[in-house]
Design a protein around this ligand. Structure first.
Ligand code: GLC
Length: 571
């Protein structure tokens, strides 16, 4: 190569890397967490090895080969720290110790080591907006107005009309201090005061403790609430009891990114990890400040597609509306566009959301076809697919008849709010059954034995009634199962430069029956088509021309789409 060609080449290379940091050179230039999916585990419901009725760390270690069979790079664990479990571990009483219900620190070290032996990393959940009211910091803070941690939490003489995310006032009176404290979530989850540098230092130290243990990254909980407005004022009431959602008063307050850049500098920088923030109400157009070159996280769980049935981020269940497909598609396309030069965590489920086949497909859809159709979207959008335990088996919502049977704290808040807004018990229950977080928390289904192999004791939440037909053992042996479909999709995506990094383009965005999009890179192209209805749909025009079907939820091919049909084509 002569000098001129070399310089020209170098300039082109630099320009290309600048404009297309992720996609110019194919999959080998992607980070480990971009190349494979992530598997999310809710440890309490995964596998119980002691007969106590709740899952534990050893249960996860036992199932690592199963998890590996899904082709994932990492496991995100929801909180396993010491906790009174008012919100199943999201109320933390000690950031650097394992709750005995889940096992010991030795069990955790073993999990990290066994996962590492299988090339899987363990990702922890950082819950930094609040602690438990049993955390030593809070016990000290509430003891008087002049102790060293007096302003580690948000204390006020007056309360506002803000309603907590789990219902009731967002303020709790404290006798010792003769003051109120703010709790965005449950009464037992007081908000930390991030304005205090000692609080921030203590949190960074806790996160660094886990980095020293070799974790592969963090999912950062409820992060949009850490910055509070300068002054606290009443909001316009949106419920008959005169309250307004705290979410609408404090989420994503100006200045929040300064805190997060500090968190990045003090904790994330310099480590080969990934970070994903949970950020209800960050809009797709704001994503550029949160992820990518100038952002703070590698990925952000924004909520626009999973909350498309709500008018606001406050998620009042009984004010939800039916999903309009064009709105769901717009939410997905907007976030794809906004992360074109960065990265996106693709998800339809987690421990807070109903099962996706019930949530996104119309009543009457075949559940297995629907689970496979969503899987096709999950694996063919641009970003890292996040699989939530049970999703890969086609889990569906559970149903309890009485509010007393629900464990999820937010279900009780939502029920009470619906009743105080005038709904009957039956009407309120309809929304609880539809949106309760317990839908996602029923125990993992391993086989057709008692309790589906989850526990030899009494399961903390009843196992789903369909467990005999829908479980790992049964699906392992069925070539057409949802589980084996997930494995095929994972293999396909993990080995395709186009599916990992290719450009996204949506076709027919206004169509209310079909979701169609392409992924393309360097002359190669894939097309995903999904029929969201329960009837036959003709295609808008000859979009199949030149296309070869490579995977679908129906084996054969027609020149129209059958109920809930979904397929991937290659050009
Ligand atoms: C997040 C968690 C949720 C928890 C809440 C409070 O939204 O995903 O499960 O209840 O934060 O920590």
């Amino acid at each position: 190569m002569n000098r001129r060609t070399f310089i020209k080449g170098a300039i082109a290379l630099t320009a290309a890397t600048y404009f297309y940091p992720n996609i110019v050179f194919g999959a080998e230039n992607f980070k480990w967490w971009q190349k494979k999916p992530v598997y999310q585990i809710y440890p309490k419901s995964f596998l119980d090895t002691t007969g106590k009725g709740t899952g534990d760390l050893r249960g996860i270690t036992q199932k690592l080969d199963y998890i590996k069979s899904l082709g994932v790079s990492a496991i995100w664990l929801t909180p396993i720290y010491v906790s009174p479990m008012v919100d199943n571990g999201y109320d933390i009483a000690d950031y650097t110790a394992i709750d005995p219900r889940f096992g010991t620190m030795e069990d955790f070290d073993e999990l990290i080591a066994e996962a590492k032996a299988r090339d899987i990393k363990i990702v922890m959940d950082l819950v930094f907006n609040h602690t438990s009211d049993k955390h030593a910091w809070f016990l000290e803070s509430k003891s008087s107005r002049n102790n060293p941690k007096a302003d580690w939490y948000i204390w006020r003489d007056e309360k506002t009309n803000w309603r907590g995310i789990f219902g009731g006032s967002a303020w709790q009176w404290c006798e010792e201090r003769q003051q109120y404290y703010l709790h965005t979530f449950a009464t037992q989850q007081p908000d930390l005061n991030w304005e205090n540098p000692d609080v921030r230092r203590a949190l960074y130290d806790a996160a660094n403790f886990w980095l020293d243990k070799g974790v592969g990254g963090f999912r950062v909980d409820a992060i949009v609430y850490i910055k509070k407005p300068k002054t606290f004022v009443d909001g316009t009431p949106d419920a008959l009891d005169g309250t307004c959602a705290v979410h609408n008063m404090i989420a994503n307050t100006d200045g929040i990114l300064d805190f997060l850049h500090e968190l990045k500098r003090e904790v994330f920088d310099g480590h080969d990890i990934f970070t994903v923030g949970e950020a209800n109400s960050v809009k797709p157009e704001e994503l550029k400040y949160w992820v990518g070159k100038d952002g703070v996280f590698n990925m952000l769980f924004e909520f626009s597609h999973v909350n498309v049935m709500f008018n606001n981020g406050d998620e009042v269940w009984h004010r939800s509306k039916p999903i309009k497909l064009s709105e769901l598609k717009k939410a997905l396309s907007d976030s794809q566009a906004a992360t074109k030069d960065s990265w996106y965590p693709i998800y339809f489920e987690n421990h807070d959301k109903p099962r996706s086949v019930n949530n996104f497909f119309p009543h009457g859809s075949d559940k297995i076809l629907a689970a496979k159709a969503l899987a096709i979207i999950l694996f063919t959008l641009r970003g890292t697919p996040f699989i939530y335990q049970g999703e890969e088996l086609g889990f569906t919502n559970t149903q309890f008849d009485s509010i007393d049977d629900y464990d999820d704290i937010s279900s009780h808040g939502a029920y009470n709010l619906a009743r105080s807004d005038g709904l009957s018990d039956k009407e309120a229950m309809r929304f609880v059954q539809k949106f309760s977080r317990d839908n996602a928390r029923t125990p993992m289904q391993w086989n057709s034995d008692k309790n589906s192999g989850f526990t030899t004791g009494k399961a903390w939440l009843p196992v789903h009634k369909d467990f005999a037909a829908c479980n790992v053992e049964v699906e392992e042996h069925d070539a057409n199962s949802v589980l084996n479909f997930y494995r095929k999709l994972s293999t396909l995506r993990n080995s395709s430069d186009v599916l990992i990094g290719g450009d996204y383009a949506e076709l027919y965005p206004k169509n209310e029956e079909l979701y169609i999009f392409t992924r393309s890179l360097g002359g190669k192209k894939f097309m995903t088509i999904v029929n969201f209805t329960t009837h036959k749909v003709n295609l808008p025009d000859k979009i199949f021309d030149g296309a070869k079907k490579i995977l679908g939820n129906y084996a054969d091919e027609k020149n129209y789409l059958r109920a809930t049909e979904a397929a991937i084509y290659e050009f």
